[in-house]
Write a protein that binds this ligand. Structure first.
Ligand code: NAD
Length: 678
């Protein structure tokens, strides 16, 4: 049962975390101390509930709390070996856990346990970090808060910082909290209400101080030619650049992209101080762990052409990698973890916006959010003083901290398609929907492209948030619509890696009844549609230089000569030959092109529901409801084929085991000898 203390702690954490002005995503931690009955002794035991490692205050639940015995935590002070060996104390926290201990204790546990107050909040508000990173932050803290809030110079989070804050609280009984140089704020209180009120007082007072005392244009004037482009031009340019930038940012390992063109970003990109401030990098450890020590900034005006920007990007990217390697070499010691990759996580393009990258969409989006936090911090610091982030050597110590490395090593092996972006046409129904679901389940980001936006969005929503899937309206017969779908993929996830030509429909008629319109429609959607989609896919994939996969959901009918099917089967044969032709043409770019020949997928298929089932049933002389079973009986395996079986084949082709296979067709028909490939 949740105790009152825990319930109040969770409610306070959720309230504080819900407002981005109070702390960045997943940043900061909160705690409460209280007494419970120890089930072992039946006597009282003093406990600390503190947000554990990872997780976000806004959505914190009881399972996200670590629970420690205070007596044992205080006991650590006596065995603390000094700041040089403070990291050893993290392992020692495990010996202080109460019961099963809940979530893993974070590095900030000491601060919460050692400060003599029943409730403690440690937060990363933009306004607080602005003071914390102002060159004369100590004097400004005094000016802003008098003796109510105490300045503590930068120190890497850990046991010593906990001792420092505890000592400051003891020495300043009038203080409600402190500004942690280069980092954030900590507040304390005797009750949950008092602690929360004090946190908010520090944050809001700092905001007001910056607003009233600060300069009007902290980033300097808008530079001629660097103003934001109008939205439609901005998005068109961003879509053209995204795959190129994603490709560069994925030089070491595949990354997913996120694009932001909020006013805060566009304003920063237009200002005089963009280059010098960006070069100083971010300061709060949370920020630069996700954003890398500094972003890559394109030094061309908004009016530069896509070609000019692409050419400049490859030079800047090479320089960025060299500088990152030099940064590593400057600070690495023999026991430092190996370099983790030298590509930028944040790329800023004046007039256009910010591209942020991560191993998955959530990480990419949060990196972008953190850079927005960093912009706010720089603006605040520059408004009242000069932005002075922590020293580069300290950033390195945190980025390549053994504890950080251990955290990364503990992360589970990613699923097969993590980091890959899929676009599936006709994915609002049937086979396409099953493929999209399978790809999403394997970790891919998915773009559901279909005729009807509402249906596409609904199918995307079934797969999860917009970090997992987005819907776009696209008629594959329309070149402009197809391009718009790929542009949407570029803006949503940075580009595409897996493209599935699945959109389709069926008309089954004898030759004499097949109209020109029937023929044209089937050839438009199946043959021309997949040609247009593959053409766009190849354009984006070659720009990315990350290889890729194109799949065709062709049909058994592409090889099988059945009755009353001339238009559909001929169009399917066209698709099947596109597989071979494009496999031959695109291999040099690392793009594999393969096909799947399903048959008799009745359940879940809109094609069968929409009249095709009735007409096939009539052709074979069986009742429509028995068509699935009929198809099963005429197969070698006597099994009914479902959309999931086709999705399994699609995953098998792209999941990483068939890296040396292209130009292949995989039958998913439960065995139809007449459609065997030879
Ligand atoms: P379905 O009707 O359930 O799904 C097809 C989807 O494609 C629909 O959501 C539809 O809106 C979309 N679509 C149609 N025209 C489009 C266009 N011009 N642009 C964009 N989207 C469009 O059908 P399904 O059975 O899942 O079929 C999917 C694919 O599998 C088709 O290419 C079909 O020919 C092929 N196939 C199906 C079977 C089968 O037995 N169901 C067998 C072999 C091949």
């Amino acid at each position: 049962m949740t105790s009152e203390t825990v319930a109040a702690l969770l409610a306070r954490s959720n309230r504080l975390g819900a407002d981005p002005r109070n702390t960045n995503y997943a940043g900061g931690n909160t705690s409460a101390k209280g007494t419970e009955i120890d089930p072992v002794t039946g006597g009282p035991v003093e406990l600390l509930w503190v947000k554990g490692s990872g997780g976000d205050l806004g959505t914190l639940k009881e399972s996200g709390l670590a629970v420690l015995r205070l007596d044992r935590l205080h006991g650590l002070v006596d065995v603390y070996p000094g700041v040089e060996r403070e990291d050893e104390m993290v392992a020692a926290f495990d010996y202080c856990l109460h019961g099963r201990g809940g979530a893993a204790p974070s590095i900030d546990t000491a601060m919460h346990g050692l400060v003599d107050a029943a409730h403690v909040d440690h937060l990363h508000p933009d306004s607080g970090i602005a003071l914390a990173t102002a060159a004369d932050g100590e004097a400004l803290t005094k000016e802003c808060f008098g003796d109510k809030v105490v300045w503590i110079p930068w120190r890497r989070p850990g046991f010593q910082l906990g001792l420092d804050i505890a000592a400051v609280k003891e020495a300043h009984p009038q203080a409600i909290g402190c500004i942690l140089g280069g980092h954030g704020i900590t507040a304390w209180g005797a009750t949950a209400e008092e602690c929360e009120a004090r946190s908010l007082e520090i944050i809001r007072t700092a905001e007001k101080f910056i607003a009233t005392r600060g300069a009007a244009e902290p980033f300097g004037a808008v530079v001629d030619g660097f103003s934001p482009l109008p939205e439609n031009q901005r998005h068109a340019k961003a879509a053209a650049l995204a795959p190129v930038i994603r490709g560069l940012a994925s030089t070491d390992k595949p990354q997913v992209g996120h694009y932001t063109d909020s006013d805060v970003v566009l304003d920063f990109l237009s200002r005089e101080k963009l280059a010098p401030l960006a070069a100083l990098g971010t300061s709060c450890p949370d920020h630069f762990l996700r954003t890398k020590v500094r972003p890559l900034v394109v030094d061309l005006p908004s009016t530069a052409s896509v070609e000019e920007i692409v050419a400049r990007l490859s030079e800047l990217h090479a320089e960025y990698r060299e500088e990152y390697q030099a940064y590593y070499d400057r600070h690495a010691t023999p026991d430092s973890p190996a370099l983790r990759g030298a590509d930028p996580a944040i790329v800023l393009v004046p007039g256009v916006g910010m591209f942020s990258f991560g191993a998955n969409k959530q990480t990419a989006r949060v990196a972008g959010e953190f850079y927005v936090n960093a912009i706010n911090v720089m603006r605040g610091a520059e408004a009242i003083s000069t932005y002075a982030p922590i020293a580069e050597s300290e950033k390195f110590r945190i980025e390549y901290w053994a504890l950080e490395e251990a955290k990364l090593q503990r992360m589970p092996k990613p699923k097969a398609l993590v980091g890959r972006v899929a676009l599936v046409t006709g994915a609002a129904s049937g086979i396409g929907k099953a493929i999209a679901a399978r790809f999403a389940a394997e970790g891919a980001c998915v773009v559901i492209a279909d005729l009807d936006l509402e249906k596409a969005n609904a199918a995307a929503a079934e797969l999860g948030s917009s970090d997992v899937a987005v819907g776009v309206a696209a008629n594959v017969t329309d070149a402009a619509g197809v391009k718009a779908a790929f542009d949407a993929a570029a803006l949503a996830f940075g580009g595409v890696d897996l493209v599935v030509n699945n959109a389709g429909l069926s008309i089954s008629k004898p030759l004499a009844d097949t109209t020109e319109a029937d023929w044209d429609l089937l050839h438009d959607v199946l043959a021309k549609g997949s040609f247009l989609v593959s053409k766009e896919a190849a354009r984006v994939m070659t720009a990315q230089k990350m290889g890729g996969d194109i799949l065709y959901i062709s049909s058994k009918n592409s090889v099988f000569a059945g009755p009353n099917n001339v238009a559909y089967s001929a169009a399917k044969a066209d698709q099947a030959h596109q597989v071979r032709l494009l496999a031959a043409e695109l291999g040099e770019h690392g793009i594999r092109v393969n096909g799947i020949n399903p048959d008799g997928v009745v359940r879940g298929s809109g094609i069968f529901a929409g009249g095709w089932g009735a007409s096939r049933a009539a052709v074979y002389g069986v009742p429509e409801e028995d068509l699935g079973k009929f198809y099963a009986q005429r197969t070698l395996l006597k099994r009914e084929v479902l959309p999931d079986h086709v999705a399994n084949a699609a995953f098998a082709l792209v999941g990483g085991e068939l890296t040396h296979t292209t130009g292949l067709h995989v039958p998913v028909d439960a065995g139809v000898a007449a459609a065997f490939l030879r």
